[in-house]
Design a protein around this ligand. Structure first.
Ligand code: ADP
Ligand code: ADP
Length: 221
């Protein structure tokens, strides 16, 4: 499902080169819920961004959902991302001027799905995360945990094969974080969505199938 072979990433400025990832090999089978941990600056976001086609590796090969995506051009990347990938971020990234249901239907709008169908599927996604009763609220009328549930609904509305989560519980208290984690576990079990989650929380990581640790851009377990 996700296959990274000998992936390296360096960031270059005028004077310094930072090796963010070094010769990383990682295979995530379909249906796995994987967590990634490691100290700040060890390359976790870089790794997630490479898996999510937000960033390109300097060297190595990336295969996602059976397709070698290394070297895909801009429009192909955009389409692949829209069809195969869902993203969740620590800071939610909702659009405050749009209602909850309008936020959720954005990925379908990019796919040119008709408005009735968009609404139907968005309400269904909101039901999945237990937030049907907030469909016509606006993001700033919601708690942090509710905002993250909207973000999850938006991430799954297009039925992606792969969900990438960058510290999804990082901005939430432990109770709300636990609820978000329960939703992710349920999506993984019921829909079979492959999930890769970066976290700083050992308790969240323990609930997933496998934990990979990074240090200085290298895998240490
Ligand atoms: P983490 O998510 O584990 O905190 P990152 O993947 O964000 O780590 O960063 C890994 C390393 O790459 C860090 O040393 C960071 O400073 C560096 N880095 C990340 N993004 C950039 C960038 N755009 N330009 C230069 N260096 C970067
Ligand atoms: P932070 O923990 O600093 O708030 P985020 O979790 O918000 O970081 O974002 C993680 C990474 O994803 C960053 O490199 C950011 O540039 C990128 N990113 C954030 N939002 C989007 C988006 N909507 N589309 C693409 N990339 C994004």
């Amino acid at each position: 499902m996700i296959e990274l072979t000998n992936v390296s990433k360096s960031y270059r400025t005028d004077t310094i080169e930072t090796l963010a990832l070094q010769h990383l090999n990682l295979t995530v089978p379909a249906g796995e819920f994987l967590s990634i941990m490691g100290p700040s600056g060890c390359g976790k976001s870089t790794l997630l961004n490479i898996m999510g086609l937000i960033d390109e590796p300097t060297a190595g090969r990336v295969v996602l959902a059976g397709q070698e995506v290394t070297g895909y051009n801009g429009s192909r990347v955009a389409r692949f991302r829209n069809e195969q990938l869902g993203f969740i971020f620590q800071s939610f990234h909702l659009i405050n001027d749009l209602s909850v249901v309008d936020n959720v239907e954005l990925p379908l709008l990019y796919r040119k799905v008709g408005s009735k169908e968009r609404k139907r599927r968005s309400l269904e996604a909101l039901e999945h995360v237990g937030l049907s009763n907030r469909a016509f609220h606006f993001p700033n009328q919601l708690s942090g945990g509710q905002k993250q549930r909207v973000a999850i609904a938006r991430a799954i509305v297009g039925q992606p094969n792969i969900l990438l989560a960058d510290e999804p519980t990082g901005n939430l208290d432990s109770h709300m974080g636990g609820e978000i984690m329960d939703i992710l576990l349920r999506l993984n079990q019921e829909l079979g969505t492959t999930i890769v989650m970066v976290t700083h929380d050992e308790r969240m990581a323990k609930k997933t199938h496998r934990l990979v640790r990074l240090s200085d851009g290298e895998r240490v377990s």
